[in-house]
Write a protein that binds this ligand. Sequence first.
Ligand code: GMT
Length: 379
Amino acid sequence: MKIGIVLYPTYGGSGIVATELGKALAKKGHEIHFITYSHPVRLGMFTENVFYHEVKVSDYPLFQYEPYETVLASKIVDVVKHTGLDLLHVHYAIPHASAAFMARQILESQDIYIPFVTTLHGTDITLVGKDSSFEPVITFCLNQSDAVTAVSEDLKKDTYLHFDTEKEIHVIPNFIPVPKDKVIVAQSVRRRYAKDNEPILCHVSNFRKVKRVQDVIKVFAKVNKEKKSNLLLVGDGPERYHIEELCRELDLCDRVKFLGKIRDARHVLEISDLFLLPSETESFGLAALEAMAVGVPVISSNTGGIPEVNLHGYSGLLSDVGDVDDMTKNSLEILCCNETHERYKENAIERARQFDIHKIVSEYEGLYERILLSKRLKC
Ligand code: GMT
């Protein structure tokens, strides 16, 4: 199949999922065309079957706002016509599904039918909570999509709650390549961040308010009081300044390391002993799954789609949002002794296997095939 993938190319989970999906499909022999405004961070170097089409919005002095959606729709039309795409897969309803819809209409007027699949990642839904003016466009796009997928059952439920749609929503969870062999921790690297008997706690996010990174610091401060530990923070974002301030207030600067944005946090996760994800909400929690795949148990909140990923008492432990004391207790419970820690580590990998990339990518392939078959039957 020739598939166009429209995505946000940044460090966010949706961009990672879209890019890794495209790479995996390309490996299976499909021709993949990424369409977005800059090179996706996870795309890497030259890869067979992968093409990248950049959407460039010129600076028109006439417009107060750049018409990105219109330029994107034009680019989609151009790519479909000149590469012969079979199908589009857009990640995020706004503005990607609306641009895909416009492109589909333009192409239909030229006797070309290009179906599109919309994947909801969560933030498109919460957007409506903040600004209801998006609601009619999102509802329309859901109804017009040839298929809609959501990354968790919880997100599916939320979508039906917020939008007046009866469109079938297929739940296809996020995925991860789980290493076949046991991860060998690079002790020399680990020693740069922690003494041999001290655990490393870790958090990866875009430091938005919804991630509650302050809770990460508070939990860490309490754990560190009981058991000398170290915290590695990967990412950057609007809350960073306040988080650094909190670290200074709590006198934790020598124990907390801000590593900044890292294209692939896997090597940091590999030297970590515990992952903290205390988010206010999370449609899935890809960051937790990435940790679990390399054997890092997860301490998380119990909201949104997180409980569908992190199983309480198995791959980690879950608490109510903001319950810093419970998260501290849970962290110490897992780190209490080698035997318990090892059990959680093994379980985390086992749980991550349920989201193995090969299994989930086949689910997307199956969906694409069904759409193309029904398109052929209609013709
Ligand atoms: O979490 C973010 O701030 C980034 C956001 C995005 O849109 O890229 O992530 C969302 O999509 C990810 C991939 O499906 C999910 O794993 C995240 O849970 C989800 N974030 C939220 O729901 C807050």
